[in-house]
Design a protein around this ligand. Structure first.
Ligand SMILES: [Zn+2]
Length: 337
């Protein structure tokens, strides 16, 4: 029996020393309820009273030896696994990070949002209209004579004889006047369509932002004040505005409005094509016929309207000289903004 115990000690300690994962199986195999050592201790009943304490002492010694071997190997294995994970899970904190490929706002949307914000801060509210309009709202109510060149099939996308893709955001003025009572102070941003071939400065679809103010006693001075405030906020506090007489069917008097170049301050540069000025919008006092078409009495109320191309402003602000770049959606181009 003593020999058996010695045998158990030798094989157990050898197995423990060679173990490289869990020691629990080995512990159960030798020290568990059905383990080899336990089996021998159970057989001690057959020993003589003299033999019993001797064998008992050896058995205890073997148990202690196996337990301390388990403990020692357990500690070693723990260290080994820590060392292994330190090597395997090592992070190189100097490794170049992969830049996240986040999307961002398109230059047109950004310009439109900025423009809208400025007018909202001045007390304007947003009114939108449909892109499929009646010929009546798009031309007739806006005082465009029957032979006005903009009505031509060559310039306008007609859907039927009486409906079309709106060529301007101005029909929203008519809708607003018919649906609201003065004072009216609205802007109307949106898409417009013209039958143009795409080139550096034309696109069959583009964006406009329209403004309309109607109240008693509104004058050209109010128009100049609002637009110069807009220009200073949009392009910088040094920005000057210049009104040049023009002719639109829906306003009288009418003006084209330039702003001083915010890059060169008016001296002339590449952006302003050495003009020192950039044309950004058209404006004027709402024509009495247009007020009447909108159901507003021109003897009581006056108003002004203005309209500007959003792409034009976005191009000026981003220094882009070809409109097509805005619509090609080439990620290499868009990533620059
Ligand atoms: Zn300039």
């Amino acid at each position: 029996m003593k020999q058996q115990l010695e045998q158990i000690r030798t094989t157990a300690i050898a197995e423990i020393a060679a173990a490289d994962t869990s020691l629990e199986e080995i512990r159960i195999k030798y020290l568990g309820k059905k383990g080899a050592l336990t089996a021998i201790l159970r057989g001690m009943g057959s020993l003589t009273p003299e033999e019993r304490p001797v064998i008992g002492a050896v058995a205890n010694e073997v148990r202690n030896d196996i337990e301390s071997a388990l403990e020692k190997r357990g500690a070693e294995l723990k260290k080994l696994s820590l060392a292994r994970s330190l090597v395997e899970e090592k992070l190189d904190v100097t490794y170049d990070a992969i830049a996240p490929n986040a999307g961002h706002i398109h230059p047109i949307t950004r310009a439109l949002e900025r423009m809208t914000e400025i007018f909202i801060d001045m007390g304007f509210s947003i009114v939108e209209g449909p892109e499929v309009e009646t010929v009546g709202n798009n031309f007739d109510a806006l005082n465009a004579p029957a032979d006005h060149p903009s009505r031509d099939f060559q310039d306008t996308f007609y859907i039927t004889e009486s409906t079309l893709l709106r060529t301007q955001t101005s029909p929203v003025q008519i809708r607003a006047m018919r649906g609201m009572t003065p004072p009216i102070r609205i802007i109307s941003p949106g898409r417009v369509y013209r039958s143009d071939v795409a080139d550096a400065s034309h696109s069959p679809m583009f964006h406009q932002l329209e403004g309309l103010v109607i109240d008693k006693g509104i004058t050209m001075g109010d128009l100049k004040g609002i637009l110069s405030k807009f220009a200073k906020t949009m392009f910088g506090p040094e920005t000057k505005t210049r009104f040049r007489p023009h002719n639109f069917p829906f306003t009288e008097p009418s003006a084209e409005v330039d702003v001083s170049c915010f890059v060169c301050g008016g001296k002339g540069c590449r952006l302003c094509k050495n003009e020192g000025w950039m044309e950004i919008l058209g404006a004027g006092m709402v024509h009495p016929e247009v007020l009447r078409a909108g159901g507003i009495d021109p003897d009581v109320y006056t108003g002004f309207a203005f309209g500007m191309g959003v792409e034009r402003v976005a191009m000026v602000m981003s220094g882009i000289d070809d409109l097509r770049l805005m619509f090609e959606n080439d990620a290499r181009f868009l990533k620059q903004f």
